[in-house]
Design a protein around this ligand. Structure first.
Ligand code: AMP
Ligand code: MG
Length: 411
């Protein structure tokens, strides 16, 4: 296990992420679920369409179906039958004849076009076509949406509400998916109290596990919350051992620096192959990652903003890989900053920003203000990160910066 504390300098963010991903082996166990239970699970199979969608040529309008050749000699055709959705016309429609047809109804075999009812004059069974028509007008062709045998969803795709609808529309009642992960959360710190408890002098409320549990819910994993563990070697050790037995991944926050009460490192030296990294990112320099006996371990810094940003930028991609899910690239934009941005060289900054249109309608970004690593409210009004590379210094108003839009985990 590489230990970057022993290396001079800091570990670049991209390298930390790729080192970490290299060490994650995706789960392989699968199960078969009815589609009604499969939302947010990761597909372990490719889905190909067993049929054409729509399965037959059908009308896109309420109107009249006919063969275009019929209109060459006479604009008035005889009405000889009806085709309704679910009750198609069974007979044969010859030249000079037409069929009343409703939206979604199957096209009669002998018809190739549809005219909407607003464009005909009806006199008993004589239907006069008032406008020129093109061949195939208002006809939805079989397989226009999805062709039989076409790949519709790919292994590694996380099922969304619309995917469940697509599966239903293909007549697929159940799918093979990867099993759900279990993730344990541990907050360390003698100063931490649960919301609802009284604060004594020097105490603060625990918030990291609440943020992390909510983010993990969006990732669709089972969370086991170990609550607050005091800064004590034996207490932390037994929590880590118990979490490792029950979970695929263990996430702790606090205690990864080198303060007198930072026991995480000494406990982990005892328990697993954990690397203590100093990542060239802000917020979130100290970060621990590695393997316990059964699970992956992520040690986040205690400061609430640092814990959230490292969880979002590093832990979520790692857990996606562990889920066997596709890791999607974040949406990045290049826009002007409407304020000066303070930045010292050396670490990649994930400043919290607000992306909006200015009075001329152009997108621009401004900072949410104080960027302290304890100021959780710096994220409340933000809708993006302003991502400033490590070598970048101060940025002046009007310069272009890279912006990473917040995704579902932060919204
Ligand atoms: P540590 O990394 O343990 O030195 O903690 C750094 C800072 O984050 C300290 O001010 C802690 O009080 C604070 N902190 C640590 N854990 C949490 C938590 N779970 N919720 C809120 N603040 C925390
Ligand atoms: Mg602490």
């Amino acid at each position: 296990m590489s230990d970057c504390c022993s290396a001079p300098g800091l570990l670049p963010f991209e390298q930390a992420l790729s080192n970490m991903l290299d060490q994650v082996s995706p789960v392989t166990e699968t199960l078969c679920l009815p589609i009604t239970d499969a939302l947010n699970y990761v597909l372990s199979e490719n889905i190909t369409s067993p049929l054409n969608v729509p399965p037959h040529d059908n009308s896109a309008m309420d109107g009249y179906a006919f063969s275009l050749a019929s209109l060459n000699s006479n604009k008035t055709l005889s009405l000889i039958g009806r085709s309704m959705a679910g009750a198609p016309f069974q007979g044969e429609c010859k030249l000079g004849e037409c069929i009343r047809i409703m939206t979604g109804a199957k096209m009669p075999n002998c018809c190739d076009s549809v005219e909407m009812q607003e464009n005909v004059a009806v006199d008993g069974d004589d239907i006069t076509f008032l406008k020129e028509k093109a061949l195939g007008s208002h006809v939805r062709k079989a397989g226009e949406d999805i062709q039989q045998g076409q790949k519709v969803l790919t292994q590694g795709h996380k099922l969304t509400p619309v995917d469940i609808g697509v599966l239903a529309s293909l007549g697929i009642a159940s799918v093979q998916v990867y099993r759900k992960l279990t993730v344990a959360l541990i907050a360390t710190g003698d100063e931490l109290k649960m919301p609802g408890q009284a604060l004594l002098s020097g105490d603060i409320y625990e918030s990291n596990s609440f943020v992390l549990a909510a983010m993990l819910e969006k990732l669709h994993v089972e969370v086991i919350d170990f609550g607050i563990i005091e800064d004590d070697f034996e207490a932390i050790k037994s929590a880590f051992i118990s979490a490792d037995k029950q979970a695929d991944a263990v996430i702790s926050s606090g205690g990864v620096s080198v303060g007198d009460a930072d026991y995480t490192k000494t406990v982990l030296d005892d328990l697993g192959e954990i690397g203590f990294w100093k990542i060239a990112m802000k917020p979130g320099k100290p970060f621990a990652f590695g393997k316990l006996k059964n699970s992956l371990f992520f040690g986040l810094p205690g400061n609430p903003v640092s814990a959230l940003v490292t969880a979002h930028q590093l832990v979520i991609p790692a857990l996606l890989k562990l889920q066997s899910a596709e890791i999607k690239q974040a949406v990045m934009l290049k826009v002007k900053t409407s304020v000066d941005l303070r930045k010292s060289k050396g670490r990649m900054d994930f400043q919290r920003g607000i992306l909006d249109r200015n009075q001329s309608g152009e997108l621009e970004v401004c900072s949410t203000g104080s960027q302290g690593s304890g100021v959780l409210t710096s994220i409340v009004t933000a809708n993006c990160y302003i991502v400033l590379p490590a070598e970048q210094g101060h940025v002046s108003i009007g310069e272009y910066v890279n912006v990473q839009l917040f995704d579902k985990y932060l919204q």
